[in-house]
Every structure is written in structure tokens, then in C-alpha cells.
Design a protein around this ligand. Structure first.
Ligand code: SAH
Ligand code: SF4
Length: 362
């Protein structure tokens, strides 16, 4: 057993070099011992309860050009959509009736007064329609502090803004230098969200071209230092119509990106026992059992997709996204069975707020 693993299992504090060693585990037994420790930590802190967030991919319109993303503005091979109020309310109603407790509204990054007003109006509409019983997370990219505040007042309680890569150089490598993608602005976004009183989520992609284990260890330390309430992270996946596709021969095999992502989840759970951690769809893209494996490494949130099936096919951040045709009620029933079979309970009807956040408030 590596020294770092036995230190970890004996609850010794984690330094960066330990994180690097643990992320670099190649021995299967050690890998499993690490994930198991993640699961045990979860059981003792937030419990073996999985919270559901119904995901509504409101629009694939985006003004940005992140090199890795399939819905970047520069991809002119896709048809753009913006869901109607009726579609949004239908998805919200599904979440409400099925006791999801919570919704996530995700979009490409748009800005300006029209977009700000659209989101504000939808937040109020959803809350009215669902008796104020669903909590809402937004994932709508970088906005001004005023807009974050306005959306908070309209009823959003959580916000996800992934840093994507906490190493500034890597961040700059995966985004164009066009004045729209600035590392410091991204960090300021996270700080502004905190000031507005949100439960703040961030995250990274794992297995980016040129990314090292040191970078990933720093990502974990970044979440810790930023005292973040929730994390959504998962493997980077290729999309053929993006500039980053040209670097695909620099990538680790998908199976390794997958295992590395599980170790990232386990280590993060051990470092930040009370935060919410999502088992990302990207995990499930590499391995059909990915979501439950993420849960068994320490994640406690899943986000079933409630976007209408016709539009879901146009929200392809990466290739081979799963469940493109699956009806939401079918996937919910399956999820229930799958999670019970691995010893987890679904937190039906519960908001599943970040306990870390309530500690932070206190
Ligand atoms: N536009 C918003 C939210 C939608 S994108 C934003 O960028 O913040 C949501 C997340 O999808 C991004 O944060 C990114 O981490 C992830 N993503 C995009 N392209 C991806 C890819 N090729 N592989 C894995 N994750 C990807
Ligand atoms: Fe737009 Fe978000 Fe994709 Fe970047 S990651 S191109 S901001 S949707």
C-alpha cells in the first residue's frame, strides 16, 4: 500500500504530494480502498441519501467559444433552440409530481437584459406553478453581480459555475483569448455568487489534454480553499465539431479518465465531507454504470434529464451523450431500483441543501 493511502485511511491530513500519489494509483486494490473510504466518509457525514435534481437544458444558444464544448457559438452545424414556457412547466411539473425536490436550469452563456429578464420570469413562473416546493439551481454562466442578485431574489438558491481548470495556464489553453474567457472574471463570478448568498458550486473537467495529476490535486485544493458548497466534475469527453478534437491523441484512454474521475470524487468527499457532489452525466457516458459508481465513491446528487427529447439531441456538449431518447418517467423508475440495489435511499421531496453551506452560514 502506498504511504499516502495508509496515511489517508488513518485520517492523516492530506498534502498536495499525497493527493498526487493517490490520484496516480494504478493498483486495483488500492483504487478500491480509496473509493471505499470515500463512501464511508459520505455515510458518516451526509448519509447514504441521493438527492435528485431534474435537469432542464433551457437553451443551447451560447455566445462563448470554449474549445471543448459542442454547443460553442462557433459550431454552426447545430440547430439552436430555446424551450417554450409550456415545455419548461411540463418538466417542472414532472419533477414536482415525482417528488424530485429540486431543479437545475442550465443554458449556454447568454448575457444582456433580455436574457436576465427571461430567467427571472421563468424562476417566478416555476415557483408559482409548483407551490414554491422545488428548490432551483442555475447554471447559466458568468453574469454580473446584479444579475446574480436579481435571480436570487426571484427564487434561485444555488448556482453552478465550473472553474473548468483551476490552473490559469490550462484554463487559458482550453479557452480562446478573445476577451470573453477570462480566468479572473470566472473567479470573481464565484466570489460574487457567494456574496449574493447562493449555495455555490464549481467543478472541473478531468483528463483534459495537457492536464497533469498535479493540476488535478490543485483543483481539489482550489475547491477547499474557495470553501465551495457543491461540486460537479467529470471526465472531459471529445466532441468532433470542436477545436479540442484535434488534440484527441494527447488524451488518456476514456477508461482511465473514468477511474481518475472516481478517485477525484472520493478524495474530494474525504476533504470536504459535508458538500454536495454530483455524479455527472459524463461518467455515465463512458460507463453505463458510471452514475452509481460515482455515488459509491462519495457523490450524493444525480441530475436526471427532463429536457424534452427532441431538444435534448441538440444539447450535445460532447459526443455519445447517454439517454437521448429515454423518457423521464422510465429513467426515474430505473434510477430508483438501481440506487436501492446499491444501498442508497433517494431523498424524495427533499431539497437536499448543502450541509456545508449551512455550516458556513452558522
Ligand atoms: N454555459 C454554462 C453552463 C453549461 S455548460 C457554463 O459554461 O458554465 C456545463 C458544463 O459542461 C461546463 O461547465 C463544462 O464543464 C461541461 N462540458 C462542456 N463541454 C464538455 C466536454 N466536451 N466534456 C465534458 N464536459 C464538458
Ligand atoms: Fe457555452 Fe458553457 Fe459550452 Fe462554454 S461550456 S461554450 S459557455 S455552453
Amino acid at each position: 500500500m502506498t504511504g499516502a493511502l495508509s496515511d489517508l485511511l488513518n485520517n492523516k491530513p492530506l498534502a498536495k504530494e499525497h493527493l498526487v500519489q493517490l490520484l496516480g494509483i494504478t493498483n486495483q486494490e488500492e483504487h478500491e480502498a480509496l473509493l471505499h473510504h470515500g463512501l464511508n466518509t459520505k455515510a458518516a457525514s451526509v448519509g447514504r441519501i441521493v438527492y435528485l435534481r431534474g435537469l432542464i437544458e433551457l437553451t443551447n444558444k451560447c455566445a462563448k467559444n470554449c474549445f471543448y464544448c459542442g454547443i460553442r457559438a462557433g459550431n454552426d452545424t447545430i440547430e439552436r433552440y430555446f424551450l417554450s414556457d409550456e415545455d419548461v412547466l411540463q418538466a417542472a411539473e414532472f419533477a414536482y409530481k415525482n417528488q424530485f425536490g429540486s431543479l437545475v436550469i442550465q443554458t449556454g452563456e447568454l448575457s444582456g437584459p433580455i436574457f436576465a429578464a427571461q430567467i427571472e420570469r421563468l424562476l417566478k413562473l416555476i415557483h408559482r406553478h409548483t407551490n414554491n416546493e422545488l428548490t432551483i439551481t442555475l447554471s447559466c454562466g458568468e453574469q454580473s453581480q446584479e444579475v446574480y442578485q436579481r435571480w436570487k431574489e426571484a427564487g434561485a438558491s444555488r448556482y453552478l459555475l465550473r472553474i473548468e481548470a483551476s490552473n490559469r495556464k490550462l484554463y487559458e489553453f482550453i479557452h480562446p483569448a478573445d476577451g470573453n474567457h477570462d480566468y479572473d472574471t470566472r473567479i470573481k463570478g464565484l466570489e460574487d455568487l457567494k456574496k449574493c448568498g447562493y449555495q455555490v458550486g464549481t467543478g472541473v473537467m478531468i483528463g483534459l489534454p495537457g492536464q497533469t495529476l498535479e493540476d488535478l490535486a490543485d483543483d481539489l485544493l482550489f475547491f477547499f480553499k474557495m470553501d465551495i458548497d457543491m461540486v460537479g466534475m467529470g471526465p472531459y469527453l471529445e466532441h468532433a465539431d470542436t477545436p479540442m478534437f484535434d488534440q484527441r491523441n494527447l488524451l488518456l484512454p476514456a477508461s482511465e479518465r473514468f477511474l481518475l474521475s472516481l478517485r477525484m470524487i472520493a478524495l474530494l468527499r474525504i476533504m470536504m465531507p459535508y458538500i454536495n457532489i454530483a455524479a455527472s452525466t459524463a461518467l455515465e457516458t463512458i460507463n453505463p454504470l458510471g452514475r452509481q459508481m460515482g455515488i459509491l465513491a462519495g457523490a450524493n446528487v444525480v441530475m436526471p434529464n427532463l429536457t424534452p427529447v427532441t431538444d435534448r439531441k441538440k444539447y450535445l456538449l460532447y459526443n455519445n451523450k447517454p439517454n437521448l431518447d429515454k423518457d423521464a418517467s422510465l429513467s426515474t423508475a430505473t434510477l430508483n431500483d438501481v440506487l436501492s440495489s446499491i444501498g442508497e435511499t433517494i431523498g424524495y421531496g427533499r431539497a437536499g441543501d448543502s450541509i456545508h453551506f449551512s455550516h458556513r452560514q452558522a
